[in-house]
Design a protein around this ligand. Structure first.
Ligand SMILES: Cc1cc2nc3c(=O)[nH]c(=O)nc-3n(C[C@H](O)[C@H](O)[C@H](O)COP(=O)(O)OP(=O)(O)OC[C@H]3O[C@@H](n4cnc5c(N)ncnc54)[C@H](O)[C@@H]3O)c2cc1C
Length: 398
């Protein structure tokens, strides 16, 4: 007879590690299974922005709680998540100033230290920027970025300290369904019996769910990135974590003279491209693509002209039709839960969503949970997450 657990989590990215940690913390026996190693999916390539500015209240709620977890990681999880408070900005052009002001007002009403800057205010903080096309920026001085390896490793260490276990390098995970209910998983020839299984399998979720007759509307979302080696002495510093909707770019300072920028798959960022055309395995941007991406950024940061291209990489995240995560139970298969749909932004949301999902697994109370807007059946029932007029023009990113 195999082992039993209260919960099996398939997927050891930031989503799986988060729900596993909070379930273990609440006293459940948790086993985490992954076809690779912890964080080997999209999580390992993330820019790890930790910020609160979103255009819908549901995501703002989890972003704020996520920020609180990252800034109190030692007390809540143990160790630290590599959080660095380097500040955050969302920049928009003149046409979106009114929306940005409304969004900042809402985010501030949730207790976040955030305010609106004009172009001159942006230049005061980052004098190496050209700001003529900037309508406004939402500034969060207390936001920044974390480190995905530190975050995942400390969460999983917390699972193991509480009697949980990891089953890694398990490429052929099978879900076991008995009499219509989830009964556990088979991994590496081992049967693990459990009344609850969470699929936190990112871009691999559709295939695994389909193996038990469940259709999940997630498709692969490749995201590319690279490093530019900047003339930092001339610039005097590097940008805070920035989503620049006016320049349709994202970038942030990293270690030393490294600036981390998006590259290679820009069309996918706004989830407007044909996701069916996306490759399963993301191909890292070429040096030419990185240079092209840097050139698009030159109008904002002219010193990019003197940058040297560094390494590039790409990872495949999971994309949903409305650009928001799917987190909750699968009605057709009691005991089966989904935690997927990274949409280029789950790193910051996952710890708080994972805490909420652990509560749902334990209590069975989903309709009352703040996760309810992220229900798997929302597409079939016409309840997609939409923020209508508050949204910006560049997809789900903000
Ligand atoms: C370049 C880049 C920049 C980003 N920047 C940010 C940012 O600044 N802020 C932010 O919040 N988000 C950002 N994101 C998005 C964020 O990193 C992802 O949304 C998040 O990491 C997804 O986590 P996950 O756990 O859902 O998926 P993953 O990290 O992909 O984890 C899924 C896990 O499931 C495993 N798996 C899959 N299928 C199976 C199977 N059949 N059997 C067993 N195991 C399986 C995989 O091996 C993997 O370990 C970025 C992403 C990229 C690529």
């Amino acid at each position: 007879m195999g082992e039993t657990a209260d919960l099996v989590v398939v997927g050891a990215g930031i989503a799986g590690s988060s729900v596993a940690f909070f379930a273990a913390k609440s006293g459940m026996k948790v086993i985490v299974v992954d076809k690779g190693y912890p964080g080997s999916g999209a999580t390992s390539g993330t820019a790890a922005y930790i910020r609160c500015h979103y255009t819908n209240p549901h995501e703002v709620r989890f972003a704020v709680e996520g920020w609180q977890i990252h800034t109190n990681w030692g007390d809540i999880v143990g160790g630290n998540s590599g959080f660095k408070k380097i500040g955050h900005m969302v920049i928009v052009g003149p046409n979106e100033v009114a929306k940005l002001k409304r969004n900042v007002e809402f985010v501030a009403s949730q207790g976040v230290n955030t305010y609106v800057l004009d172009g001159a205010g942006v230049k005061e903080l980052q004098p190496y920027m050209e700001v003529d096309d900037i309508g406004a920026a939402a500034y969060e001085p207390d936001s920044g970025h974390a480190d995905p390896t530190d975050a995942v490793n400390t969460l999983l260490a917390g699972v193991k300290e509480r009697g949980g276990r990891l089953v890694l390098d398990a490429p052929d995970v099978e879900l076991i369904v008995t009499e219509g209910k989830i009964a556990g998983v088979k991994a590496k020839g081992e049967t693990i019996s459990s009344p609850n299984v969470v699929l936190a399998t990112g871009a691999g979720t559709a295939a695994l769910a389909r193996s038990v007759g469940v259709e999940v509307p997630v498709t692969p979302m490749p995201i590319g990135a690279g490093v530019l080696l900047m003339p930092i002495e001339e610039m005097g510093g590097l940008p805070m974590t920035t989503i620049d909707l006016a320049a349709q770019h994202w970038y942030r300072g990293d270690v030393g003279d490294h600036m981390f920028i998006g590259a290679g798959y820009e069309d996918f960022i706004g989830f407007t491209a044909d996701a069916d055309g996306a490759p399963e395995e993301a191909i890292p941007p070429t040096q030419e693509q990185l240079i092209a991406s840097g050139m698009r950024l030159m109008k904002r940061i002219p010193a990019v002209e003197r940058a040297r291209p560094g390494r590039t990489w790409a990872r495949t995240d999971s994309l949903t039709p409305d650009g928001h995560a799917i987190v909750g139970p699968v009605e057709e298969v009691p005991g089966l839960f989904l935690f997927t749909g990274g949409n280029g932004k789950l790193f910051k949301l996952a710890p708080a969503m994972g805490r909420a999902l652990a509560d749902v697994v334990r209590s069975g109370m989903y309709a009352e949970s703040p996760l309810a807007p992220f229900a798997a059946d929302r597409f079939a029932t016409g309840r997609a997450v939409s923020t209508g007029e508050w949204e910006y023009g560049w997809g789900s990113f903000a």
